[in-house]
Design a protein around this ligand. Sequence first.
Ligand code: URA
Length: 236
Amino acid sequence: MRLDKFLCEMKAGSRSQVRVLLRQGLVTVNGTVVTQADQKIDENQDRICLQGRLLQYQEFLYFMLHKPGEVVSATCDNRDKTVLELLRMEDRREDLFPVGRLDKDTEGLLLLTNDGELAHRLLSPKRHVDKTYLVTLKREPSEEELLCLERGVDIGEERPTMPARVCRQGKQQILLTIHEGKFHQVKRMAQAVDNQVTALKRVSFGGLSLDESLHPGEYRPLSEEEVRQLQNVFEK
Ligand code: URA
């Protein structure tokens, strides 16, 4: 990566501020002052210091976001605010993206990362990663309807939905765990039993539960243990 890009990613300043820092001789690469903005560096091997302070590069970032409604799970959008715009300036990096999508009106756990490989594996239809939703329905579902949701329903795809887990939460609320991620899947499953979703919140994904101390719109980095947990989801 270019040295100026690295310094920007490390929040040393804007591109032009970084160029000034370089010109002032405040940046060293492996102990040697470097003034060239386009100098190529290996961010994982080289020791880059700013005014003598080592800049520790973190290749992969992982955040748990409590997605609020009215925000889209996209990296950019002409009309709506995106989940990435909820990040504070110091946490923004151009390679971050949401792991999959929640509908605009869906709230809950959404991971943001720049780890393409992990995201790809989490989203792969072959991996059947668990996703649990707190589903509020328009009317109280019967036992029979819940059994249908559990066994699999026709949502107009080639095959019925895979077996799911259902747990009644309240009169019109259920916890639904699915192992696939078809477009609008939960809403379509509710429609398949002549019901309708009136509110949807994802409470867990890949074995991680939504941190209830996060209010809608808030986020925090995943702990190392949580990242390991996500990586281990595939080894079970
Ligand atoms: N299923 C839906 O219908 N919407 C979501 O946002 C997620 C799952």
